[in-house]
Design a protein around this ligand. Structure first.
Ligand SMILES: NC(=O)c1ccc[n+]([C@@H]2O[C@H](COP(=O)([O-])OP(=O)(O)OC[C@H]3O[C@@H](n4cnc5c(N)ncnc54)[C@H](OP(=O)(O)O)[C@@H]3O)[C@@H](O)[C@H]2O)c1
Length: 432
């Protein structure tokens, strides 16, 4: 068991970098839950220093000394640094400096971890990362401690609350993508640059960390397939429902011996799967492992208090001297490209409304070895563009390797009877 070497035995003295949403949540919990935190940690946790770009006189920082210089947190009177500034460069420097001095550090910053964690995960560093993925859901400790005796085979996560909020609003209220994004921004859910959320980058960073902890592999976004939600339409969500599915943006990680598959993209999920009901900004992670079968964790993926709860769980473990050092294997394994993965697919094909077209489409799919499982083609969906009638042909295929689907799609797109962009969404099949 890791034994930390805190210089001060009776109080855990922390220094917080940043004074934003999560830092303020942490200050609140340290006061509100002081009694339980002290009992659990075996000592009080006291904020002795805060360093941030700008002071916030309206925030009660107790007896903490405020400084605008992050280096002030490396002073001897700080036992543990808590990095809550976000971003990459300054955070990387602070984390590296603290660890070089043998100071434990806790961070909520998935962006810096996705790029640099491998520098810190080896050796004796005590680096708390619970808050970096899925906010208040204790998924990191579940993977590194709770399930450490299992072989984790796969995990699927709704790990970006903004995407889930937008897709839920489009699904349940028929709100357009643009309006749902605006709502998410007005409510403070979206990142400062919403592209990180809706293009899938934020989820990809979190998936890289989850996969590292699940499979004991280095953190890597190399060969990860990343697709956002901007191509999903309200029409797709409606058809998905008719076919017995919901559409959610998920991260999927799978292992097969030494081969690892990691991808984030919108997915059809069976309406009978518990994850299909995860709505709004909630996050959920399902883990499949050889001893437990599968487990589902659902909860708040963001917010000041939930994220601070995760920061505190690391701080309490560090105070107890039981925070496990992160053991990440050096084996890169083989990263499976998305073209080699296998899925069922939802296809929405805008096709000319005339006899024989369905046969042409069916022929191409048959030649690609692709079977159709379900199909919807509605008279009331007929539309007219430039005087010509066309209709969406919507289907779910049976499982097929993605490269074969790509090939079939390029043939379908070149058909004279196909009148626009074919939309393709993978079906995520998993237990729960
Ligand atoms: N908010 C959430 O729900 C949530 C959930 C999970 C994880 N996280 C992660 O938690 C971290 C903090 O997020 P947050 O929402 O609390 O961010 P935030 O509200 O934007 O607060 C960031 C704080 O850090 C300060 N800061 C930023 N860059 C700095 C720098 N280079 N030097 C000194 N101070 C700097 C900011 O100063 P100013 O006040 O002057 O801008 C602000 O006080 C991020 O890594 C984020 O990804 C957040």
């Amino acid at each position: 068991m890791a034994k930390n070497s805190l210089p001060h035995e009776k109080v855990l003295r922390i220094g917080i970098a940043g004074l934003g949403t999560v830092a303020q949540g942490l200050l609140t919990l340290l006061v509100e839950n002081a009694e339980r935190i002290t009992r659990q940690a075996g000592m009080p946790i006291e904020v002795v220093r805060i360093a941030s770009r700008s002071a916030k006189p309206e925030v009660d920082v107790g007896k903490a000394v405020f400084d605008t210089n992050l280096e002030s947190l490396l002073h001897d009177d700080v036992d543990v640094v808590v990095e809550l500034i976000g971003g990459v460069d300054a955070a990387r420097e602070l984390i590296s400096s603290a660890l070089t001095r043998g100071k434990p550090i806790v961070t909520a910053n998935k962006a810096v971890l996705a790029e640099h964690a491998n520098e810190w995960f080896s050796g004796d560093a005590i680096l708390g990362i619970e808050a970096s993925v899925a906010g208040g859901i204790p998924i990191m400790s579940t993977l590194k401690s709770g399930l450490s005796g299992n072989r984790v085979d796969w995990l699927v996560g709704i790990i970006n609350g903004t995407c889930n909020y937008i897709l839920t609003a489009m699904d349940e209220q028929g709100t357009s993508f643009a309006d749902a994004l605006k709502e998410a921004q007005d409510l403070g859910y979206a990142e400062a640059d919403p592209g990180f959320d809706v293009d899938g980058v934020d989820a990809a960073q979190k998936l890289a960390l989850l996969a590292a902890l699940a499979f004991d592999i280095p953190v890597s976004m190399d060969d990860m397939y990343i697709e956002g939600i901007s191509g999903v339409t309200v029409e797709d969500l409606r058809y998905a429902r008719e076919l017995g599915f919901r559409i959610r943006h998920v991260g999927i990680a799978r292992r097969n011996e030494e081969k690892f598959e990691t991808r984030v993209h919108p997915s059809l999920i069976s309406a009978t799967n518990l994850v299909g009901d995860v709505a709004g900004v909630a996050n959920a992670v399902i883990v499949g492992a050889n001893a437990i079968g599968s487990i589902l964790l659902v909860g708040p993926g963001a917010g000041g208090l939930p994220t601070a709860s995760a920061v505190l769980s690391d701080l309490i473990e560090i105070a107890r001297g039981t925070y496990p050092r992160l053991r990440i294997g050096q084996n890169e394994g083989i990263r499976v490209p998305v073209a080699a993965t296998e899925s069922r697919y939802y296809l929405n094909i805008p096709a000319a409304d005339r006899p024989g077209v369905f046969g042409e489409i069916g022929d191409i799919l048959r030649r690609g070895g692709i079977s159709i499982e379900a199909v919807i083609q509605k008279r009331e969906a007929i539309r007219k563009t430039d005087g010509e009638s066309w209709v969406p042909i919507v289907m779910v295929t049976e499982r097929v390797v993605e490269a074969s689907m790509d090939d079939a799609l390029s043939h379908l797109s070149s058909l004279e009877s196909v009148r626009g962009q074919i939309r393709r969404i993978r079906v995520a099949d998993f237990d729960r």
